[in-house]
Design a protein around this ligand. Sequence first.
Ligand code: SAH
Ligand code: SF4
Ligand code: F3S
Length: 472
Amino acid sequence: MFEVANKVHDETRQGEAYSPFINDTNTYVRKFYIESYGCQMNFSDSEIVASILNTEGFGATRNFEEADLIFLNTCSIREKAEQTVRKRLTEFKKLKHKNPSLLVGVLGCMAERLKSKFLEEEKLVDLVIGPDAYRSLPGLITEADSGQKGVNVLLSRDETYSDIAPVRLNSNGITAFVSIMRGCNNMCSFCVVPFTRGRERSRDAASIIDECQNLFNAGYKEITLLGQNVDSYYYTPEDGSSTITFAMLLEMAARVSPDLRIRFSTSHPKDITDDVLYTMARYENICNYIHLPLQSGSTRVLQLMNRNYTQEWYMAKVDRIREIIPDCGISSDIIAGFCTETEQDHKDTLQVMEYSTYDMSYMFFYSERPGTLAQRRYKDDVPEEVKKQRLQEIVQLQNRLSQQSNQRDIGKTFKVLIEGDSKKSSQDWMGRSSQNKVIVFPKNDYLFQPGNYVCVKVTSCTQATLLGEIVN
Ligand code: SAH
Ligand code: SF4
Ligand code: F3S
């Protein structure tokens, strides 16, 4: 997802090709290949795209060399994310020479940001489709087949794809993501998302719960509710019944089954309510883990970032979380070297990190994005070496905090959902605690399988992983 991430629990899969476990591709006339970049929302959107293409008779393939259609679902969050995509497009150029009927399409945030400019800049692209326009894919493909270039980057005020059942791609069959809203109304000054994803809108609660129920019926045991700012979820059913808030939605999801774990991402510190925290505390199957991006620990910088909270507010929020959910895991996003950031501002960031004792963080240096408030209003005036130096200090501090957090868990027992084999050994299982920490432990007598819950006692740790043994 991000170029500089603390590897601790980095579950992101940047640039990983989707390898769908879907219908036998031989039954389809044409095959598509899709590669996703950026945040989980994009990965989730690729599953909607796959569903739309499936109904139109296109089958997915893991092998781009046999594809008739290649899609890149792109991210614009930092300049580097866009460079990666441009590089990838030049690689696909060779294939296009070999197979002139091959179509290459750009989806997602970069498509939205660059619009038809993409077709002029990157002569290799046949289709450019923004995040709210995926329903028009079939029509645009037909146009592109006849040699026209297809573009649809219209943003919508109400599209949520709520009636489309996503085709689970690259799934482990145990954990899944469910989008609950789209867009963002926050206008953080550094951020391109409000421009690429448009206005915030919440998806019909009933369709969200149906999707959770269907996933549970299909054997899934963990669902992550997704949105750029889940705490502002707000849905008023058309039948006039009362409005559903995020806390209410969480409760509805938790009630699908006590055996279904619920997670969510991302929370905005200004919007997460006591109601949400108390709901988390009330339901054992709502995981005790909150991703609460700090961005900066300096109130002055936070103001320039338009984050709408202060250093004190943030720290009080951390206190509140720990008061209501004492064993809650907390993680963060941090930006080093935002416009005008001084050494003192940077120290404030380190101080709040230390105070919050994050289990892990995603850490970046500031990358100016065209069209954002910060780009229009402020000078990107922190020299690159300084940004990198500060980022390094932030990463070092986080590494220590992660190590300490893991050490505190030694001797404790956690309920772990087994997700599959550990990366390193087929003799070991890998799973997660409620706090979202990865735990690796021997399979023992193979009494368990992925999707089972087991109690695991932590016996040792690395900076990235807890190691333990089953104590059921
Ligand atoms: N909606 C989420 C974040 C989405 S973007 C939230 O508000 O927390 C994920 C992260 O990318 C952000 O939290 C921020 O830390 C980082 N980010 C966004 N724009 C950036 C930029 N221009 N430069 C560097 N990092 C950025
Ligand atoms: Fe971007 Fe801020 Fe919205 Fe997150 S909340 S997506 S950082 S504008
Ligand atoms: Fe990137 Fe768009 Fe997500 S810019 S981080 S893919 S919302």
